[in-house]
Ligand binder design. Structure first.
Ligand SMILES: [Fe+2]
Ligand SMILES: [Fe+2]
Length: 155
């Protein structure tokens, strides 16, 4: 069973791959944005909200959440800014630097600390919840799955 910290790190890897794709083709940006929107929401709801209540790790956890605020603003700016303007990729590279810093700080500092504080059961329960919600929210956001016959509205 995967712990939530391992599940989040695996998602970070997916996100890093998407960043590389966007650098080659910025029409892929929307996929990266959707992954990060879902990632930030679930990371905050499932993990950070719990860490905020623990004195030892509270400040670091709040810092992670504040970095999400900055990253989300940068994502909105990149969303609105014309993609054919030469400044778009410059903006994206600045965003990438902030993102890189954020992901490594979580992986190297916050998550190892959280693994010491939360129980193995909590970590794996939250991991399962993360995986389930991630699939649900991404498939809804990216509309990758067709609506099942049974879910179609009846006439
Ligand atoms: Fe994260
Ligand atoms: Fe994060």
């Amino acid at each position: 069973m995967k712990t939530i910290t391992k599940a989040l790190i695996d998602h970070h890897e997916e996100i890093r791959k998407l960043v590389k794709k966007v650098k080659k083709d910025n029409s892929k940006f929307i996929f990266l944005k959707k992954h990060l929107d879902v990632h930030h929401e679930l990371e905050e709801d499932l993990l950070l909200s719990k860490l905020h209540k623990i004195k030892k790790i509270k400040d670091e956890s709040l810092e992670s959440q504040e970095e999400h605020v900055i990253l989300n603003l940068a994502l909105l700016d990149l969303m609105d800014f014309p993609k054919d303007n030469e400044r778009w990729m410059i903006k994206f590279k600045v965003f990438e630097e902030i993102l890189d810093h954020h992901l490594s700080e979580e992986e190297e500092e916050l998550f190892p600390e959280a693994e010491k504080i939360l129980s193995k059961k909590q970590l794996t329960d939250l991991g399962a919840e993360f995986e389930e919600l991630k699939e649900l929210r991404l498939s809804a956001a990216l509309e990758t799955k067709p609506i099942k016959e049974s879910e179609k509205p009846k006439k």
